[in-house]
Design a protein around this ligand. Structure first.
Ligand SMILES: Cc1cc2nc3c(=O)[nH]c(=O)nc-3n(C[C@H](O)[C@H](O)[C@H](O)COP(=O)(O)OP(=O)(O)OC[C@H]3O[C@@H](n4cnc5c(N)ncnc54)[C@H](O)[C@@H]3O)c2cc1C
Length: 382
């Protein structure tokens, strides 16, 4: 085998999907994660057909469906009254694309991927390894970690997310701006959720410059809530900045009373916020021995709900590119050739959606409207 050891930095959904895909094609993989314990935050994720095709190929889709929700209808509602404006039946999605849309607890998807990687190789996962530097030569890559350890491999995959240290090192100078938008997230037990919200299941309420989205997780026992849009104050980047219910309520005070009641019921310590960053697409994702994937390659704002789905697609294409090649360089050229247009394209569409939310004259489009679910990462040429 031309690549005896591939190092993946970041055990997020993208890094683990890539690791699993590579292992299933016979490659030895080491996954280095900065967190001391490898786990996901408690939040929801919408997983659509394009990503489910890859998850099916990776052998985790069936278990994911069993653990998740698959709402019969996704609703768009009036933000002030809650009245239903548009229905999106999930059966139609399944019929058209082969897989319905799932409402997933991030930790469930993450655990399935992590367990599958560890089952293939109990030595593969290395928590407490924060990437700080690399040396790339003609024959390989050596990586340095904050804990003083080093590791060497034939190739390095940067899957270290939105604020990627690998991207900053290899491709410095990519513009990053706070776009004035802040997101809130919370999970609420179903018994603390107003009946109207539980009855709707998945509801999207777009108001002036802000929206609220809720959907059920884990068979309906939990409701995932997201509020996203224009804010008055600057916020840090990151997933876990604590917020108070009053902050959320004040920013969305013109939304329907039952939505505000739901926000008021969020348990103390259960609400988080962060500021969104717009980043320009990268001109290139790879060097001779280093490739980027997921948010590290195409940092995504949340407006199309496709960031994790794209990271999974990347993982599948990366694994297929390595399997189809005879050198690391060839694999990374194939991977970038197959993926850059899709990844950068969706990154730009997501930025466009963020702008449309700010300006009512620009029509908003969902991932379905934009045809993103058609993409098949298992069969697309690589
Ligand atoms: C509000 C919101 C809602 C969203 N909803 C959806 C949705 O419904 N559907 C969807 O598909 N996507 C959604 N997304 C997007 C999705 O969450 C991300 O795009 C996805 O998590 C990207 O995966 P990743 O593996 O590339 O990066 P990450 O999930 O960020 O993983 C990166 C990993 O790298 C680790 N790491 C970072 N730096 C280092 C380092 N120096 N050394 C070692 N390890 C490091 C991190 O600890 C982390 O484990 C949403 C995002 C937001 C903000």
């Amino acid at each position: 085998m031309y690549a005896k050891r591939i190092i993946v930095i970041g055990a997020g959904i993208g890094g683990l999907a890539a690791a699993l895909g590579l292992q299933r094609r016979g490659f030895k993989v080491a996954v280095d994660e900065r967190a001391r314990e490898i786990r996901e935050v408690g939040a929801g994720l919408i997983v659509t057909a394009n990503a489910r095709r890859a998850l099916h190929d990776l052998g985790v889709d069936e278990d994911l469906e069993r653990l998740s929700c698959c709402v019969p209808i996704m609703y768009t509602c009036n933000y002030q009254t809650g009245e239903i404006i548009r229905e999106h039946p999930n059966a139609g999605i399944r019929e058209k694309y082969g897989f319905a849309t799932l409402q997933v607890h991030r930790a469930d998807l993450h655990t399935l991927l992590m367990n599958a990687v560890a089952a293939n190789d109990p030595e593969a996962l290395h928590p407490g390894h924060e990437f700080v530097g690399l040396d790339e030569t003609e024959t390989g890559v050596t990586v340095r970690f904050a804990n003083g350890a080093t590791d060497s491999g034939d190739a390095l995959i940067g899957a270290d997310g939105n604020a990627s240290a690998i991207r900053a090192l290899l491709f410095p100078g990519v513009a990053t701006t706070f776009n004035g938008q802040v997101a809130f997230r919370a999970l609420l037990p179903a018994n603390a959720v107003p009946d109207r919200v539980n009855e709707i299941g998945q509801g999207m309420y777009a108001g002036p410059q802000r929206y609220i989205l809720h959907y059920p997780l884990r068979g309906g026992r939990i409701m995932n809530i997201i509020g996203c849009g224009q804010a008055t104050a600057w916020e840090e980047e990151g997933w876990a900045i604590p917020a108070t219910n009053d902050e959320f309520l004040n920013a969305y005070c013109d939304f329907a009373p039952h939505l505000l009641e739901m926000i008021g019921n969020i348990p103390e310590g259960g609400l988080f916020k962060w500021g969104l960053r717009d980043r320009e697409p990268l001109a290139t994702w790879t060097t001779d021995r280093v490739g980027m994937l997921g948010d590290a390659a195409h940092p995504m704002t949340p407006f199309l709900g496709q960031g994790a789905c794209l990271a999974i697609e990347d993982g599948m294409l990366l694994a297929r590119a390595f399997a189809a090649s005879e050198s690391v360089k060839e694999a990374l050229v194939r991977y970038e050739g197959a993926r850059k247009e899709r990844g950068n394209g969706v990154q730009l569409m997501s930025l466009e959606e963020g702008r449309a939310l700010q300006d009512p004259r620009i029509p908003r489009k969902t991932a379905v409207d934009r045809g993103l679910l058609k993409y098949d990462p298992v069969t697309v040429p690589v």
